[in-house]
Design a protein. Sequence first.
Length: 315
Amino acid sequence: MNNAYLAHLINSIFISAASTEAGLHKQYLLFRQSPPTQTCPLFRILSFLLLYLREKVGEIMPVDIEQLKTIIRNAGELIKHVRLSPEQIHSKDNRLDFVTKYDVVVQNFLELHFRANWPDYPFIGEEQEEHEFGQKGFIVDPIDGTTNFILGIPHYSISVAVMEEGKIVQGVVYSPALDEMFWAKSGKGAYLNSERLQNPDLPFAETVIGIGSSPYNESLREPTLAMIGEIMKRTDIRCLGSSALDLCYVAGGKQGGYFEYEINPWDIAAGMLIAREAGATVTTIDGKEPPLDRTLTILAAGPKIYAEMREILSF
Ligand code: IPD
Ligand code: CA
């Protein structure tokens, strides 16, 4: 038995174990309405055992996007039937910035599975206390659209980007409520489930523009409202509340564009690749490559609207 075969075998065992574990979590949820924030001890022991075996085999596994999607779909199962109780919701530094028990559940689930499958890829997740950005690894928002999730609005997503040599090479954004899996690989196109996405490059008059309200920074309220005023001279707006999905909607043409004055890398890293692979242009609002190690501004649109949005934003 050669090393590659053995590594493949170990991966298959791991994925089966992961699916079983997600199933168990789901059953637990249905009965108790509240899952454990940590994965079960048996699964942890199994993970360590498999990790040990994989190290012995010495094979570095590239991130397989099908395997990645399976893990993310399983994570979605953990949250799609949840009804939150007040003690499961907490404010962060800002009164509008929330975290729920389930943001942590999903992050822990993804971290455990990613580390077990791809141990040489560092993990950055929104709910970590410190974020150690580098040139390689996973950039994860366990729930993008937490406020929607809290309110019972089914528009939220799990966002996972894979970075190599400082560039996003794979992106997955999953909407558990709609079972919509947006994904892209660098140079290989963007997809919704198995359907290829192509940005239709519409003019303003034939579409709407997604607005990110930068809710955690009060000083951005005035410029955001001014920008909305300018856009509404041209067309209608939407403010849907998940920037990862905003970018996916630009990719497929449900929204002609999207912009936000302040956003974090985990909100946009995966969606940015998906939008670009579908032919949309994505930059900061001053036309630069979006940095992925700090807060940033973001502008995404089909080429026609992008050019006009840049003109509006430069005033
Ligand atoms: C937020 C959402 C929202 C955007 C905020 C983000 P979170 O992410 O993407 O659409 O307007 O700027 O912070 O906090 O739900 O992960
Ligand atoms: Ca989040």
